[in-house]
Design a protein around this ligand. Structure first.
Ligand SMILES: Nc1nc2c(ncn2[C@@H]2O[C@H](COP(=O)(O)OP(=O)(O)O)[C@@H](O)[C@H]2O)c(=O)[nH]1
Ligand SMILES: [Mg+2]
Length: 161
């Protein structure tokens, strides 16, 4: 556990991905480990770090703005974690592919880590585990950007599915 926490705090991509998988795991037996990990990283935010959220209705320009913000942060040499919360397809249970993380990772840039999370049936624009994922990313990267479905998007999607 200690090793995993240190690897997350060092910004190791594989450790961050594993931590996020643990948080999103639906196996009940993973929950205690996920909570222990989150507790361990919660106090390890990068000094001077920032968490920025973008929300709003679909098509308003969140991903476009977010991509520019990420580019500027990278120009300044800070590392960035992005969490993109997608409304879920009820049929597939997964994120809607067409709206998946439209903030693109600049090719060959290991200073940007992007993760999509499905909002599932949760209303209000955050996925289950989003806050835990923010705590992990806040320990791993200098900046964290969260793009959420606007309040109302899942609610509307729900009717059309
Ligand atoms: N005219 C104009 N179009 C924009 C602007 N920002 C984004 N767009 C366009 O609006 C569409 C939706 O943008 P996107 O960033 O995907 O919105 P999101 O759904 O909120 O993430 C895309 O076709 C963008 O190119 C803007 O400032 N002005
Ligand atoms: Mg978007």
């Amino acid at each position: 556990m200690t090793t995993e926490v240190e690897r997350v705090c060092a910004g190791e991509r594989r450790a961050v991905a594993a931590a996020l998988n643990l948080i999103e795991s639906t196996r009940g037996s993973d929950r205690a480990a996920a909570e222990a990990l989150v507790d361990a990283v919660a106090g390890r935010a990068r000094p001077g770090g920032q968490v920025v959220g973008l929300t709003g209705p679909p098509g308003v320009g969140k991903s476009t703005l977010g991509g520019r913000v990420v580019g500027e942060w990278r120009r300044r040499g800070v590392t960035v974690g992005v969490i993109a919360v997608d409304p879920s397809s009820r049929a597939s249970g997964g994120a809607v592919l067409g709206d998946r993380s439209r903030i693109a990772k600049p090719a060959g840039d290991d200073g940007v880590f992007i993760r999509s999370m499905a909002a599932r049936d949760r209303l209000g624009g955050l996925a289950p585990g989003t806050v835990e994922a923010i705590l992990v990313m806040r320990a791993a990267f200098d900046r964290v950007l969260v793009e959420t479905v606007g309040v109302g998007q899942s609610e509307r999607s729900r009717r059309s599915w």
